[in-house]
Write a protein that binds this ligand. Structure first.
Ligand code: C5P
Length: 217
């Protein structure tokens, strides 16, 4: 049995008390992965941004709002976990200043200055201890294999799931699971629940069982 941390859903970065930047993400892939991992007998901790769905009741769910909060919560949970699956779509930019009052319209254009937010998967990947593993997602619209492998390396992932923009908010998905050598371990299309099962079967074989063997060696 492994303890698996799953990030899921979008995060928000507020400009003022009512307006925010976010990413399009339903949390459906994260929820399906949580269900598939639980069905294999694993413990699951889900760190999620605001979504309209319910995660499986056996999962431990931690709610967050911003990317910084998602990172801080994951940093608290990750040391006690065997691995991470980063299925969230954290907001990549935050305003350099946040107004405490609602910004009033003036009839003029409004200029926003943005900073990049921290990358949760990359930050946790850089702190992995022996036998801990991370799986990232890459949503690409051009040169998908090259970009996904570059992302896998930059974020120190052990595997990466490549999908396209049609995955957003849909109940279905079409994915490839790539390893650090750029090999396609899995290619499938269908309901997110079915895809999650196949991803988890491969994670079990490629990462969880191998980690168990080297711990026992
Ligand atoms: O760079 P990009 O956003 O395409 O990378 C996607 C992967 O990185 C996903 O696994 C996503 O959960 C993760 N990510 C993250 N923190 C961010 C941005 C992306 O963990 N700030």
């Amino acid at each position: 049995m492994a303890r698996i941390l799953i990030t899921s859903g979008p995060t928000r970065q507020y400009l003022d008390p009512v307006r925010y930047l976010t990413n399009s993400s339903s949390g459906k892939m994260g929820s399906a992965l949580a269900g598939a991992a639980l069905n294999l007998g694993h413990q699951v901790v889900v760190v999620t941004g605001p979504v309209d769905l319910k995660y499986p009741s056996e999962a431990e769910v931690r709610q967050v709002l911003t990317t910084d909060e998602m990172l801080a919560t994951c940093q608290r949970e990750f040391p006690a976990c065997d691995g991470l699956i980063g299925a969230a779509a954290p907001c990549d930019y935050m305003p350099t200043s946040v107004s405490s009052q609602k910004i009033s319209k003036t009839g003029e254009s409004l200029k926003l200055e943005l900073w990049e937010t921290p990358d949760v998967v990359a930050t946790l990947g850089a702190t992995k201890r022996a036998n801990q593993w991370t799986v990232g997602f890459a949503l690409e619209t051009e040169d998908p294999h090259f970009r996904a492998i570059t992302k896998l390396e930059r974020k120190s992932c052990d595997l990466i799931v490549l999908n396209g923009p049609e995955a957003m908010t849909s109940d279905r998905n079409s994915i490839e699971l790539l390893d650090p050598q750029g090999r396609t371990l899995l290619e499938c299309e269908g309901a997110k629940t079915e895809i999650a099962k196949q991803i988890m079967d491969m994670v079990e074989r490629q990462l969880i069982e191998k980690a168990k063997c080297s711990t026992n060696a």
